[in-house]
Design a protein around this ligand. Sequence first.
Ligand SMILES: CC(C)(COP(=O)(O)OP(=O)(O)OC[C@H]1O[C@@H](n2cnc3c(N)ncnc32)[C@H](O)[C@@H]1OP(=O)(O)O)[C@@H](O)C(=O)NCCC(=O)NCCS
Length: 227
Amino acid sequence: MADNTPWTTEIQPPPGRKTKLSLPNQTTANPPVFNDAMIVRTRVFIDEQNCSPEGEIDSDDARSWQWVLYASESESESETTNPIAVIRLVPPPHPPHDLLTCPDTASASTGNLPKYDWVHEPCIKLTRVAVMPGYRGKGLGRRLVEIALAWASSHAREIDDAAAKLAAESNESASLKKWQGLVLVHAQVDVEKMYGGLGFQTDKELGKWDEEGIDHVGMFKRIDISH
Ligand SMILES: CC(C)(COP(=O)(O)OP(=O)(O)OC[C@H]1O[C@@H](n2cnc3c(N)ncnc32)[C@H](O)[C@@H]1OP(=O)(O)O)[C@@H](O)C(=O)NCCC(=O)NCCS
């Protein structure tokens, strides 16, 4: 890709629990932008990083926003638009951190651990950041993080509404707190430097844990928000 390749972004709002989401194929009922997101996620996480296909779509997908970045490229005489990068923003709440760092202990005491952490300050989580291999190193990963954070800073009400909706749907007694601009990433250790460059700081108290065979660390950043 030449560095002046025209690119555009599309946002996928939370599809909702009633939409059946699946990996991309010809008979999918996925919303189109969600499907494009899955084309990139499948290529990067399943094909390249060997993550399990079963775990790629998780319970967060129905309640999250995603942005897909497209490149317009000329092939012979026609122009094609291809999805080349993706990022997902998961609203609060998230599972208790112990479920990740001490799964054995946590599962032994599952009865004591709620499905979601309603106690700590709410944060949004940026996940599933992926750029197609041929497009890396051109600033697209950074751009996607910036796009998602800029959107979040002016959509705090939607983020609070999403958390309230989950609280209403779950059987857990939730104490709802407003989102105050805290952003979390679970960074693959190889990518810790990239998030550091974007203003995220590693929280050593969260430790290091294995997800899909890849070591991760937790990093936070606080952004300004307008309610
Ligand atoms: C990680 C990934 C999204 C980065 O996308 P990208 O478009 O190549 O990143 P950018 O070009 O925007 O780089 C942004 C910054 O991060 C740095 N960076 C990017 N990838 C990096 C890596 N793997 N290790 C260290 N630094 C990295 C760049 O040097 C750049 O720094 P700068 O702004 O100081 O110049 C991409 O490599 C990818 O899809 N990897 C596979 C999936 C993955 O690991 N996702 C992360 C899950 S936590």
